[in-house]
Design a protein around this ligand. Structure first.
Ligand SMILES: NC(=O)c1ccc[n+]([C@@H]2O[C@H](COP(=O)([O-])OP(=O)(O)OC[C@H]3O[C@@H](n4cnc5c(N)ncnc54)[C@H](OP(=O)(O)O)[C@@H]3O)[C@@H](O)[C@H]2O)c1
Length: 256
């Protein structure tokens, strides 16, 4: 699948290259596995999950020689964001697909929230995705590339107890539509809005989980593979841009 194109640099390949932020584990890792299986070379971005990132990179390279690299960056730090974009084009000489998946997520009741929480939630969920799009726009344009933003159905209605996260995701939704205009016709920009897929790492009670399932038309939570399939669909949907696809088992339609 990966054919050298530059005799002086054996790393240069004709495979499409995907950068997936926050892809050492959970949903991001599942998206990376799906795209790797489709023939993409994969750039795994991580912040704290170095062990998982190295293991996933190694597993991809065992399946296909020189098909994955991993890059560390704290998306709360603007210097790291710019460096991540620069480092992303090094291993394979291009980026065709950017999946903005990394996200800080925790409650911030309005009377108890801090500026540090505002910064961390807005920076990881909105500022970093925006500047990654900007910094990578040249290589994405050169390759008729594509951006997919992982949003949240709560961008529309606000998740109780999580106002800053909800504000950040609402911004990411508008960013998807705005950048679809700004980067057209070369680069398509779409979003995926998950409902309940993987429970947050800070665990919920059984009752809280059941209450969420009870409000989902399909009567169950989704799988990370449901999101990965949707990302793969949007990556190939050559006449679709500026769209946000809910993958929520009908939760956003629930009305009683
Ligand atoms: N899980 C769901 O059911 C669900 C529901 C709605 C929306 N979503 C959205 O779908 C996406 C994936 O969900 P998920 O549950 O798999 O996400 P997650 O586990 O909560 O977070 C994914 C990764 O984001 C990275 N991250 C957080 N803060 C960062 C920072 N400051 N700098 C760099 N990386 C940072 C972490 O990387 P490290 O571990 O390397 O530090 C983490 O592993 C997210 O955008 C989420 O908002 C998910």
């Amino acid at each position: 699948m990966s054919r050298p194109t530059d005799k002086d640099d054996p790393n240069m390949t004709e495979s499409k290259v995907a950068l997936i932020t926050g892809s050492a584990k959970r949903v991001g890792a599942t998206i990376a596995k799906k795209l790797h299986a489709q023939g993409y070379s994969i750039l795994i971005h991580y912040n704290r999950s170095k062990t998982e990132a190295l293991a996933l990179t190694d597993s991809f390279n065992q399946l296909r020689h020189n098909s994955a690299h991993c890059i560390q960056a704290d998306l709360n730090n603007m210097d790291d964001v710019v460096l991540l974009a620069k480092e992303a084009v090094q291993p394979f000489g291009r980026v065709d697909l950017l999946v903005n998946n990394a996200s800080a997520f925790y409650p911030t009741p309005v009377t108890e929230s801090s500026q540090a929480q505002w910064d961390e939630l807005i920076n990881s969920n909105l500022r970093a995705p925006y500047f990654l799009c900007a910094e990578l726009s040249e290589t994405l344009k050169e390759n008729n590339g594509c951006i997919i933003n992982m949003i949240d159905i709560h961008a529309q209605r606000g998740l109780p107890g999580h106002p800053i996260y909800s504000i950040a995701k609402a911004g990411l939704e508008m960013m998807t539509k705005s950048l679809a205009k700004e980067l057209a016709p070369k680069v398509r920009v779409n979003g995926v809005s998950p409902g309940a897929i993987l429970w947050p790492e800070a665990d919920l009670t059984a009752e809280a989980k059941q209450a969420i399932v009870d409000k989902t038309l399909l009567g169950k939570i989704g799988q990370a593979t449901d999101l990965a399939e949707t990302v793969n669909y949007l990556a190939n949907a050559s006449y679709v841009t500026g769209q946000i696809l809910a993958v929520d088992g009908g939760k956003s339609l629930y009305s009683h």
